[in-house]
Design a protein around this ligand. Sequence first.
Ligand SMILES: NC(=O)c1ccc[n+]([C@@H]2O[C@H](COP(=O)([O-])OP(=O)(O)OC[C@H]3O[C@@H](n4cnc5c(N)ncnc54)[C@H](O)[C@@H]3O)[C@@H](O)[C@H]2O)c1
Length: 415
Amino acid sequence: MLTVVRRATLSRLLGLLTSSSSSRARTVTAGTRMTSTGCQDRDQKVVPKDEVIRFIEECMRKAGTTLEDARVVGHHLMTADYRGHFSHGMNRMQMYVQDIENRITDPAARPQIITDFQTLRLHLGDLLRHDFQAIALVDGKNGLGQVVGKYCMELAMEKAKKFGIGMVAARGSNHYGICGYYTMMAMEQDLIGFTCTNTSPLMAPTRSTKSGLGTNPLSVGMAACDGDGFVLDMATTAVALGKIELAIRKGENIPEGWALGSDGKVTRDAEEAFKASLLMPLGGAEHTSGYKGYGLGLMVEILCGILTGSHFGPNIRAWKTGDKVADLGQCFMAINPEAFAPGSKDRLTTLLKQLRSLPSSGEKPVLIAGDPERQHMKKVDMDGGITYHPNQLEASEDVAKHMSVRPMKLVPKST
Ligand SMILES: NC(=O)c1ccc[n+]([C@@H]2O[C@H](COP(=O)([O-])OP(=O)(O)OC[C@H]3O[C@@H](n4cnc5c(N)ncnc54)[C@H](O)[C@@H]3O)[C@@H](O)[C@H]2O)c1
């Protein structure tokens, strides 16, 4: 049954993304159809955050997860949409359901610690007692990425509170969503958070015409006073693939430095870039220092794939193929600022204020990483819910129908 949902829903979503001009016609057709069923009305409607979680939770339960894990995924995907990263929110649920249905992801798996201080001490006596207590290696057992991620970051935080720093690396994991979710878990407890993950190969390393690494995103964050903070959350490619999908949707060219075409040359054609799926590293071409992004992507791969023994680099399954397990590697760190010079939170607060008040080169003010997401969340709060693209709403309705889950209820915007 889910296969049917998937095809119908995916084709609807792909109506936005595929490369032929007829796809635009399909999009318009879908839009027109929705107008007749209240699309214009929908523009003025939003989905409250709790309702988004309820919907994802019910879908994940139907797919076979426990209630607790369904909640973890629901809260994570809602948070991505709330922060404005729609490519990594509800939009990703289909992929998780598909992998569960194909028995590629185990919805009931529990992450398991393979080595940490406890087991090392058992094997090696007290000799290593003080050397390894801050780290752990976890096997995600092929469970849902968000479940593995939350488990690992909680463990890293526990260690950071005891030892000043905690580092947990996982193998056997799956796509874990937005990296920022995990750093914010640490920030909520006044710890510095760091995480990164390897991903399916999509980045062509500097001078290469083939992909060798993924978009390998990372996030680092630290809380300042009064709810302020720094949350850097980024792919190590010039952009995530979702930005190219968005350019197709808008019928726009992409800037030079984002992607290569199938011929291995830089392209500005969004559809060609999506087809080739050869993203350039952060920084773009060699002459604009793209090798730095390539280096960062490789750093992520070392922390995730090389340290843990998961799949790595070009050996990871191709993006959106569900023929074999992903076996992704992920890394989580928590650092207690109190272990260093007192007053770091106040100093960060001062620094962020100083940076934001620097003279701007244009109309727009200087921002801190995390500000664009904060602005998006503020708007969602003012609107009383999340505004979804009509095609996402239609796709969700298809899923609801075929999974026998109550569709998401839209409410009028409060502004
Ligand atoms: N799990 C995965 O496989 C995977 C892969 C790739 C990306 N992602 C996620 O996708 C999301 C989007 O990634 P992205 O690279 O497209 O992010 P992005 O380019 O939208 O933003 C990157 C960072 O730059 C900051 N930023 C944006 N404008 C700024 C400005 N003017 N001044 C200062 N800072 C600014 C943002 O706050 C953010 O921290 C992230 O949440 C990432 O974790 C996940």
